[in-house]
Design a protein around this ligand. Sequence first.
Ligand SMILES: [Zn+2]
Length: 67
Amino acid sequence: MNPADASARIDDDSRLECRICWYLYDPAVGDELGQIPPGTPFSALPEHWRCPQCDAGREMFLPLEGR
Ligand SMILES: [Zn+2]
């Protein structure tokens, strides 16, 4: 799968995985460390949001849906 194509298909309930440390962002859970409340879709995360485990940028996340 081409990552550039995948990024265009992120749904509100899509889970995304950090390709550096494999941290999983689940919209149903949010990110407690980043003060992201449960129910926040990946597309609604703040621009400055980074992986809470390895500090990678949002562009390093790949969607898990469809696998
Ligand atoms: Zn990470």
